[in-house]
Design a protein around this ligand. Structure first.
Ligand code: SF4
Length: 226
């Protein structure tokens, strides 16, 4: 897996990407947040309202990565402010994690959807879109340098680990990246919203909160050792 290792990552070339000449040299997270609005590396920019970049302190030692902005995030320009964001906030609070102290982002920065009447129905990004947008996630990781990154859901796992392995098989065991930091895998909070059995939801919510507690414990251990 190719990873950005410094604050001046190489601009990757791939089938889905536009040439690097279209992007200015990016020297900070704040500059990246502006530059992403001009991104044309895949076709998703054509349909969404805006790119939704990550949010949080540039020195955060924990990063959370979801899939892509949803309908409300697309309109607000902020990650995790819709229904899944509320589930996420509750789980963070239950795990004793202060959202203001962590960096929250998505693997794909533009909302992918299918219009259905007045509604916009979420569509999962494909492999090409995930690979194209990894440029921005690599930049965020290169600037923030988190000790622990929590991959929430299959798209985040695919982007961060280049793996299509199931959440179940990866859950509970941290994976070390080439830059020395660690990735922990859990569900995307929207999964809880899609479940129908209340008993299952309660059990899965508990597991989700447990994953966040484990990620926090790992971050504490690594920060203590640093
Ligand atoms: S989804 Fe990502 S790669 Fe595609 S246009 Fe938006 S910012 Fe660029």
């Amino acid at each position: 897996m190719a990873r950005a290792k410094s604050n001046q990552p190489m601009l990757p070339f791939d089938d889905e990407a536009s040439g690097p000449a279209e992007l200015p040299e990016i020297k900070s997270l704040a500059e990246a947040a502006i530059a992403v609005q001009g991104c044309t590396r895949c076709s998703l920019y054509q349909f969404a309202t805006q790119a939704v970049f990550g949010e949080g302190p540039a020195e955060a030692s924990m990063m959370f990565v979801g899939e892509q902005p949803g309908d409300q995030e697309d309109l607000a320009g902020k990650p995790f402010v819709g229904p899944a964001g509320k589930v996420f906030d509750q789980a963070l609070a239950a795990a004793g994690i202060d959202r203001d102290r962590v960096y929250v982002t998505n693997a794909v920065k533009h909302f992918k959807f299918q219009p259905r009447g007045k509604k916009r129905l979420h569509q999962r990004p494909n492999g090409g879109e995930i690979r194209a947008c990894r440029f921005w996630l690599d930049l965020e990781r290169a600037f923030v340098k988190p000790l622990v990154t929590v991959a929430m859901g299959a798209t985040a796992v695919q982007s961060l680990l280049g793996s299509s392995a199931t959440i179940t098989s990866l859950r509970g065991a941290p994976t070390q990246l080439e830059d020395g930091s660690w990735v922990m895998v859990t569900i995307h909070p929207s999964y809880l919203l899609r479940m129908t059995d209340r008993g299952d939801v309660a059990a899965e919510r508990e597991k989700f909160e447990g994953d966040l507690r484990a990620a926090k414990a790992l971050e504490g251990k690594l920060a203590g050792a640093a």
